[in-house]
Design a protein around this ligand. Structure first.
Ligand code: FAD
Length: 458
């Protein structure tokens, strides 16, 4: 079957606006990662219903055409990148929130809804969806589920997967299944929902999801604390986590990331010249201001030079806006950046930061770090000029050392961004051969012909 004939069959299934073929498909061929490659797709398709997704998948299965599921391609691991001869199956057009159930505190949504739109829609009904990846203004709920995305509020509330109750999934055969339970509890059969969460499009295509919600928390208060050194900031983070309280956000920025964000966005009001900073928030109803006073006192006791307290939502948002610029700011430094996503047990963070400094020194490369220090998930970042082959090679090599260090500390190559095509080389070291083989067997059970997102995740 020629590409032309496949495109003709797709055109019979979809409206003209739902199909981009040939060169037009190249606009959708990769995600936001640097350091990953992409193949040439046959076409990109934009279905708007589960039935349309299933019809496209059946067509692809019939002709043995690989499928790369996509949200909005905000991923940082190459997971949504095209492979040669594939169909890019974008869920971007599935943008309906189907129901918000206040009594059961759940929302049922199509997969292409933008994360922040969902957060805003449920907030209007007095409910709270906590997962808040830095990309929430552009990422989709389906992409968040497929990567088990984290974010700033994980330290208190957990990751996307902690909120997934039920999924509608199109299998590689084109069959439509529903996994999980709308109920709080449910243990019938094996937990396929958890298997699909974080599977990066390799086991099935998520078209709809029912997500758990919480009551709206209190108005957040926050503090931005500046420290002379990373070790003082880390000591403060440890002391805060050792209190009986749990901050809703506990983020870390080092001197390099503060400088990059400040020059990218001069209005960001981050503490210029600081050796490191913490952003700490509390959203405990009736207690947030008192919590933040206590966190500020801890920061000062650990050597903070300034503590800037944000008493209302607008002031808190202004600080978080600066933090959310991290990726763009780091990319702007030299044109490209490798944003790692290692996670270690919190007690090993000091060893991780010291080890990263040593790796950078040996390689003669600046490695900047920022991230979710409250849950042990750090983003060490290497900036490089993508046109400079030697710089690209050094960045890639250095990146491998940082990941190996995290694994040696009992951590993981990826806390939230996913494996995609970028980090598969580390799976042997982290998982070992028996677990890897078991995982390949699971993949085979779901997708015997290996058509769903080949070359990714596993
Ligand atoms: C500025 C910036 C900040 C970020 N901050 C964070 C952060 O704080 N935390 C975090 O976890 N990530 C973060 N990310 C990474 C990224 O936004 C997340 O991985 C996000 O979940 C990807 O969603 P997406 O809709 O863009 O998915 P895509 O990038 O399109 O796809 C990601 C993966 O999921 C698969 N996929 C997508 N949709 C589906 C579906 N419906 N069914 C099956 N498979 C699917 C794809 O095949 C791919 O493997 C950030 C990215 C940027 C650019």
């Amino acid at each position: 079957m020629t590409d032309h004939a496949i495109i003709a069959e797709l055109a019979a299934l979809l409206d003209a606006t739902q199909l981009a073929a040939g060169d037009a498909a190249l606009a959708f061929d990769r995600d936001h990662s640097d350091g990953t490659g992409q193949g040439v797709p046959i076409a990109a398709v934009f279905p708007t219903s589960t039935d349309q997704v299933a019809a496209v998948v059946r067509l692809a299965a019939k002709h043995g055409v690989p499928i790369v599921p996509q949200g909005t391609r905000s991923g940082l691991a190459g997971g949504a990148n095209a492979v040669d001869g594939c169909l890019l199956l974008s869920l971007e057009g599935m943008t309906s929130i189907l129901s918000i159930d206040v009594a059961d505190q759940v929302v049922t949504t199509q997969a292409g809804v933008i994360t922040f739109e969902l957060v805003r829609a449920v907030a209007e009904r007095g409910l709270f969806y906590p997962p808040d990846p830095g990309s929430w203004a552009i990422s989709t709920i389906g992409g968040n589920i497929a990567t088990n995305a984290g974010g700033m509020r994980c330290v208190k509330y957990g990751v996307t997967g902690d909120f997934v109750r039920e999924l509608t999934v199109v299998l590689a055969s084109g069959e439509i299944i529903r996994t999980g339970h709308r109920t709080v509890k449910g243990v019938a059969g094996l937990d396929l929902t958890s298997l699909i969460v974080g599977s990066e499009g390799t086991l099935g295509i998520v078209t709809e999801a029912t997500l758990a919600l919480l009551p709206t928390p209190g108005e957040p208060c926050g503090v931005l604390a500046a420290f002379p050194s990373p070790s003082q900031a880390l000591a403060a983070a440890d002391a805060i986590m050792a209190t009986g309280r749990r901050p809703s956000i506990l983020e870390y920025l080092d001197a390099g990331t503060i400088a990059a964000i400040s020059s990218f966005s001069p209005s960001s009001r981050l503490p210029g010249g600081a050796g490191a900073a913490l952003i700490i928030q509390s959203d405990e109803a009736g207690r947030a201001a008192a919590d933040v006073e206590e966190y500020a006192a801890i920061a000062l006791a650990c050597g903070a030079t300034t503590v800037d307290i944000a008493q209302d939502a607008a002031a808190v948002d202004a600080i978080m806006e600066a933090r959310r610029m991290l990726h763009g700011a780091m990319r702007a430094v030299a044109g490209a950046s490798l944003n790692e996503d290692v996670s270690v047990p919190r007690s090993r963070l000091a060893e991780l930061l010291n080890g990263i400094a040593a790796i950078g020194q040996n390689a003669g490369v600046d490695i900047f770090s920022a991230g979710h220090i409250g849950d042990g998930n750090l983003h060490p970042i290497i900036c490089f000029d993508p046109a400079d082959a030697a710089a690209v090679a050094t960045a890639n090599d250095t990146y491998q050392h940082v990941i190996a260090l995290a694994i040696s500390l009992g951590g993981t190559a990826s806390g939230e961004h996913g494996i995609g095509s970028l980090k598969r080389a580390h799976l042997d070291a982290e998982l070992g051969p028996t677990v890897r083989q078991l995982q390949r067997s699971v993949k085979h059970a779901f997708d015997p012909a290996g058509l769903l997102n080949p070359g990714k995740k596993l």
